[in-house]
Design a protein around this ligand. Structure first.
Ligand SMILES: Nc1ncnc2c1ncn2[C@@H]1O[C@H](COP(=O)(O)OP(=O)(O)OP(=O)(O)O)[C@@H](O)[C@H]1O
Length: 290
């Protein structure tokens, strides 16, 4: 699927601003970004639900709306979307009727880890179960591309874990997956590729390891003794922060920083903390503001 230089404004707000993204078949991609970054609008355009002001979108080379109607792409609603007072079986059977070649109900239930629950009413489910029903709804047409807008928002840790277990079965079958998330650890754990979006365009694109490398965010910290401002000039240091009696040095070259600390005799209770994706994300989006 691809989005090429897509732009969308709502009044004076430019929600998506010249965004380009191509995802090859079989890849699982996380779309990561702060509130209002343009993730939902991007997904809406990709699915043909929101017409872009300019730019092009395609799913497997064809018009997105057509791809969705043909069952090539399946999407999961963020919340709601469940008709009350029907059973899971009735709901999924109804949706299956809208596709030409739906997956058999048993397979959908198995993929969404709902086997045995098919006679439950959809309004009597736990949050995690309801989310798995929405996930099942996205799978009924047996799509090759699955698009999920914040699939685990509002789920507790256990429900998130269950959800991703089901997803892994699908990615193991070579499906292409695009999901948006606020949970940075989730992007790190679940995606082959992380695309960071801010103010409507892509600010970073790579594996989570690549993104950590781009921003080189290792923190080297030592216990402060006396005047510490000079530590900010050590090799590799990009930022100095003093908290209590500790000095925290952000470093793009932690080996060089530690070596210089040692030479200066300033190694006291040394701690070296590697970057996590959350740090990388904050730094990437903050950098844009400068
Ligand atoms: N239908 C709309 N009408 C007016 N403004 C909109 C509309 N949809 C989105 N916006 C604005 O466009 C910008 C991008 O919104 P979007 O929902 O795409 O971001 P997001 O990254 O999905 O955010 P969140 O993580 O909060 O869901 C925001 O400033 C939002 O307020």
């Amino acid at each position: 699927m691809s989005l090429t230089a897509v732009t969308k404004s709502f009044g004076a707000v430019r929600a998506v601003d010249g965004l380009t993204l191509a995802i090859p078949r079989g890849q699982t991609v996380a779309l990561l970004g702060p509130n209002g970054a343009g993730k939902s609008t991007t997904i809406g355009m990709l699915l043909g639900l929101i017409p872009p002001d300019s730019g092009k979108t395609a799913i497997f080379g064809i018009d997105p709306g057509q791809a969705v109607r043909q069952g090539l792409a399946g999407a999961m609603p963020q919340e709601g979307g469940l008709i009350p007072r029907v059973t899971i079986r009735e709901l999924l059977t109804f949706i299956a009727g809208t596709y030409r070649a739906p997956l058999p109900l048993e397979q959908v239930l198995a993929l969404a880890q709902m086997t045995g629950l098919e006679n439950r009413r959809v309004d009597k489910l736990s949050g995690g179960q309801a989310q798995r029903v929405r996930f099942a709804m996205a799978l009924v047409g047996d799509p090759d591309l699955i698009v999920l807008d914040e699939p685990t928002a509002a789920l507790d840790v256990e429900a998130r874990r269950e959800f991703w277990n089901g997803m892994r079965t699908l990615t193991g079958r070579g499906k292409t997956v695009l999901f948006s998330t606020h949970y940075l650890d989730e992007a790190d754990e679940q995606a082959d590729r992380v695309v960071v979006v801010d103010r409507g365009h892509v600010v970073a694109d790579g594996t989570s390891t690549d993104i950590k490398k781009i921003v080189a965010l290792t923190t080297v910290s030592v216990t402060a003794v006396g005047e510490v401002a000079w530590l900010g000039d050590l090799p590799g240091v990009t930022r100095l922060e003093v908290r209590g009696d500790r000095v925290h040095l952000r470093s793009a070259d932690p080996d060089a920083t530690v070596m210089a600390l040692a030479q200066a005799g300033a190694v006291r209770n040394l701690e070296v903390t590697p970057a996590d994706l959350e740090d990388a994300f904050v730094a990437l989006t903050a950098k844009e503001t400068v």
